[in-house]
Design a protein around this ligand. Structure first.
Ligand code: NAP
Length: 250
């Protein structure tokens, strides 16, 4: 799917693979100049080399405080302004609540929630200037129903609340803030679970909860994220749209 992003500048965190990579490629196809943010520089460079609109690679670790200033100065120096911010980077540490570590909770809340808030704040003024849009990539886990995902679920529940709050706070500035909550999407995020429980077992068992009876693709999330970032969604704000094959209907 292609929306028109001609002349726009976008930032995507977690751009080195999976859903972030798919969003980057769609934004680029729509004409945006995109800043790709993640830790894996080689992967970012490889993706950037295939893009059409003079992308910017920013190698940054969102688990550090300094990353926010690093990303905002690199992007604003290169682009001068920003129209779209996609907060997509996340970590998922699947631990039973009885064994969870403070370090895992801290890292999960920090990367998935705190840094999405801090980046939104860092780009607030540029986004006010362009009447821009933020898209936060949440999860169906935000309902808390998944089990053994307490920190991750809490981070995504917090992100959904942040989406609504920023949408209300910044509506008068012309900035729209929305989210996408993916269900089962076939990306590398699942590799630790495949390794722990067996890939075939996980693929066939988990899909039983999906009325559309299949795993989704990263492009199916990017379609909705790019719609929300585009002018086609000009009257949509404060919403987190579930893209989960009907999983949360049952
Ligand atoms: P993924 O393949 O694991 O990709 C995660 C991305 O986040 C990578 O680009 C990774 O890049 C980046 N990242 C992680 N920690 C980082 C850090 N400290 N600093 C900078 N970047 C960091 O996951 P995905 O499936 O594409 O997930 C993308 C989003 O969708 C996430 O918000 C996730 O919670 C959400 N989601 C996914 C699913 C699913 O089934 N796949 C379901 C629900 C929600 P580097 O490792 O290169 O830094």
């Amino acid at each position: 799917m292609t929306f028109d992003f001609s002349g726009k500048h976008a930032i995507v965190t977690g751009a080195s693979r999976g859903i972030g990579e798919a969003i980057v490629r769609q934004l680029d196809r729509g004409g945006a100049r995109v800043a790709l943010v993640a830790r894996s520089g080689d992967r970012l460079e490889a993706i950037a080399s295939e893009l059409a609109n003079d992308p910017l690679v920013v190698v940054a670790d969102l688990s550090t405080n300094e990353s926010i200033d690093q990303i905002s100065s690199a992007v604003l120096d290169a682009f001068g302004g920003v129209d779209v911010l996609v907060n997509n980077a996340a970590v998922e540490r699947n631990q039973p609540a009885s064994k969870v570590t403070g370090a895992a909770i801290d890292e999960t809340l920090f990367v998935n929630l705190r840094q999405a808030f801090m980046l939104s704040s860092a780009f607030a003024k540029p986004l006010f200037s362009t009447s821009g849009a933020i898209v936060n990539i949440s999860s169906v886990a935000s309902t808390g129903a998944g089990g053994t995902q307490g920190a991750y679920a809490a981070s995504k529940g917090g992100l959904d609340t942040l989406t609504k709050n920023l949408a209300n706070e910044w509506a008068s500035k012309g900035v729209r803030v929305n989210g996408v909550a993916p269900g089962l999407i076939d990306t590398e995020m699942w590799e630790p679970t495949f390794e722990a429980l067996g890939e075939e077992e996980v693929r066939s068992t988990f899909v039983r909860n999906v009325p559309l009876a299949r795993w989704g693709t990263a492009d199916e999330i990017a379609n909705v994220a790019c719609f929300l970032a585009s002018q086609q969604a000009s009257y949509v704000t404060g919403q987190t749209i579930r893209v989960d094959g009907g999983m949360t209907n049952i």
